[in-house]
Design a protein around this ligand. Structure first.
Ligand code: SF4
Length: 308
């Protein structure tokens, strides 16, 4: 998945030059290719990147991630130019909930509150009361008045995990991330048999029977923190394999094994250095969010940031 080394050096140099010229900041998700993470000013999970997008004083944000993340950056920093190096980098999970479908569900459940996982479109966020990430979802749900029903969109596994963490019944949406939902209990058992000394860490987008077997459940940022502080010296990692790179960088003396070889998100791998360079040259494609959606979605995102 890495570009040729000579090419990487030259492209990285060019990107650095263009970044200064454009007064740009490059934000990259942990699932991005290693060379893209290396060229970024900040690498993080959805919550960390949303904070960076809200706080940056750069004029241009290059978002190396998927569409909904760049949309969130535009919502939080509407006056800035937000560029997504690969316009086709969508998220199949986010596509599983549409604004009309969420509106219809709200009408069926009088008085309900809607919590939208950030892995959702701007239009769905605009229908929601508050957003959450996998790092803060239990905290966000616990902050809601207990007498109100809560619709949780779009990830059913995260909804189930949050429900068990908070003791609060949630109305689930039938969406899932294909990368995490495909991880099986049998694969965890096989990985554990191969590395009996390793701690098993999984993402809350995993199915309940996988979460049941884990030693620790965390967001990607939480996994890095855990790996640094846990006494274990090796870990089986149940999330997209891009995370192995920052984990190894953060903990060079520890060992990390993927829970399953299929845990790769094709959308996250669409961004290359060549495309990062091109968006900085062209200042396009730009992410735009219609003001009537943007303002409502911003309330839900800001509420989440204030809570966490
Ligand atoms: S890993 Fe899953 S949730 Fe993340 S972008 Fe890919 S499909 Fe979407």
């Amino acid at each position: 998945m890495r570009e040729e080394t000579a090419n990487v050096v030259e492209l990285s140099r060019k990107i650095k030059e263009l970044k200064e010229k454009r007064k740009a900041v490059i934000l990259a998700h942990f699932y991005q290719r290693p060379e893209v993470q290396d060229v970024a000013d900040f690498v993080g999970d959805s919550l960390q990147l949303a904070r960076q997008a809200a706080d940056t004083d750069a004029e241009v944000i290059v978002f190396c991630g998927v569409y909904f993340m760049a949309e969130s950056a535009k919502i939080l920093s509407p006056e800035k130019i937000v560029l997504l190096p690969e316009a086709e980098a969508g998220c199949p999970l986010a596509d599983m909930a549409s604004a009309p479908a969420v509106r219809a569900k709200k009408e069926e459940i009088p008085d309900c509150l809607v919590v939208a996982y950030v892995n959702s479109s701007a239009a769905v966020k605009a229908e929601s009361d508050v957003c959450c990430t996998s790092a803060n979802a239990p905290k966000v749900v616990s902050s809601l008045p207990s007498e109100r029903p809560v619709l949780f969109v779009p990830d059913r596994n995260l909804g189930d995990y949050v429900s068990r963490q908070t003791g609060r019944a949630l109305i689930p949406w039938d969406g899932y991330c294909h990368v995490h939902d495909c991880l099986t209990a049998a694969e965890i058992e096989t990985a554990r048999a191969a590395h009996p000394e390793a701690a098993v860490v999984v993402h809350p987008e995993s199915p309940p029977e996988v979460i049941e077997l884990a030693d620790h459940v965390a967001s990607t940022g939480g996994m890095i923190k855990y790996a640094g502080s846990a006494p274990a010296s090796s870990f089986i990692i149940g999330t997209e394999q891009g995370l192995l790179y920052p984990l190894q960088k953060a903990c060079p003396n520890k060992s990390f094994y993927p829970a399953a070889s299929h845990m790769i998100c094709p959308s996250m791998k669409l961004t290359t250095l060549e495309k990062v360079k091109r968006v900085l040259e062209d200042l396009a494609p730009r992410i735009e969010v219609a003001p009537e959606i943007r303002d409502r979605a911003r309330k839900a995102l800001t509420r989440m940031l204030e809570l966490s």
